[in-house]
Write a protein that binds this ligand. Sequence first.
Ligand SMILES: *Cc1c(COP(=O)(O)O)cnc(C)c1O
Length: 451
Amino acid sequence: MKILYRSTNRGVPETSFREAIFKGQPEDYGLYMPSSIPVLSRDEIDLFRQKSYPQIALNIIRRFIGDEIALSELERMVAEAYNFDIPIQRVNGLYILWLTKGPTASFKDFAARMLARMMEYFAKEENRKITVLVATSGDTGGAVANAFYNLENVNVVVLFPYREVTERQRRQMTTLEKNISAIAVQGKFDDCQAIVKRAFNDRELKHLSLTSANSINFGRLLPQIVYYFYAYSRIDAENVFFSVPSGNFGNLMGGVFAKNMGLPVKRFVAAVNDNNEFPVFLKTGEYKPVIPSRECSSNAMNVGHPSNLARIIDIYGGWLTDERDKKTGEAVKKGVLNISPDMEQLRRDFVSFSITEDEVDEVIKRFYERYSILIEPHGAVGIKAAEKSGEEGPIVAFETADPAKFPEKIKKLLSIDPPLPASLQGLDSKKENFEIIENDYERFKEYLLLK
Ligand SMILES: *Cc1c(COP(=O)(O)O)cnc(C)c1O
């Protein structure tokens, strides 16, 4: 059975997986969704208990892409992409799944490493060169740059706000070279994003085959279904709960697909920081994005209008979209609920908590003092929400970044320097290479055309 991809806005024809990941976003500004979701039997799911992570990944991912990628190639990709540890640690009734052992010490490695290989495969098959453009506020840029490094037929251009990323984050993007170019924009993250959006719509850049690697791309969600199955396969229980530290809700969306594929998930705990639009929505049924978003130490979750929320609402029978200017396509009103989802079902499947900075600090201290476990702010939001949920039964909380990425916070709370994981060692002494440009689209375009 071949799965095609439709838009949540239903304004474009269904398309292949390849098209969906190259386009990233359909022309009607919706989000790609599989037209049907494959379901696994309980026996198939139970067999995962004897399988490795790459084997589970192969089994899940192939169901969504049919014969668009040869099975032997897909097998190679999952083996290359998931060549690191994925520990699961039990602390009383809580299971911490460490999605932090990849090459950039962020859970974004899981998605980026697989998307990179799938894009390379398609680009090579068509014998074309593509350019991946990413705007980043920090973590995504490093994960994407690292994932695509040294691949054939794919160039990557990362734009980041010059003064808003940490030195370590910058170095993860600027020390690779070869097919990876890094550009520091003298502006904010939103400016970088605006430049990238304009470039995608610029006819004079068509010949560069620009494509995106942010979490609106279905190819970034697909690999994130896998670790839900993996976690379940390593826990001896009938049902599980998942607590997911959430920003753009891409991580959580992976779980929603897993549940719809038959994974026995009792409920999700959607853990957010001060950006509390989702818990408020669950309570009231009215959606009000938080604009501008609120600054918290879990900075990858400072999102007030999560891009993947439209997908969750779609699965529950609703329709969330942005109101757009007909001429320019610019979103004039963000987050309009045209059709309400089944709120009762949503409330059965999700609880959501907004976690304060004080609560984050308390969890980091308590886990270190009581269990000698170092947690960073994103993971702490997930753990605290898991505790607040009071759910009875095994609950898996994801740790999504290595504490060494937040040395200031750890130092302040615990008076220690978090140990550097092997993947981040040596970074501080590597040679950097990047261009600094003014916050001006024409300057960026010139750069792209000359490259
Ligand atoms: C991106 C990110 C998140 C949020 O994930 P979403 O898929 O955007 O919800 C959480 N933690 C870390 C460390 C991240 O980099």
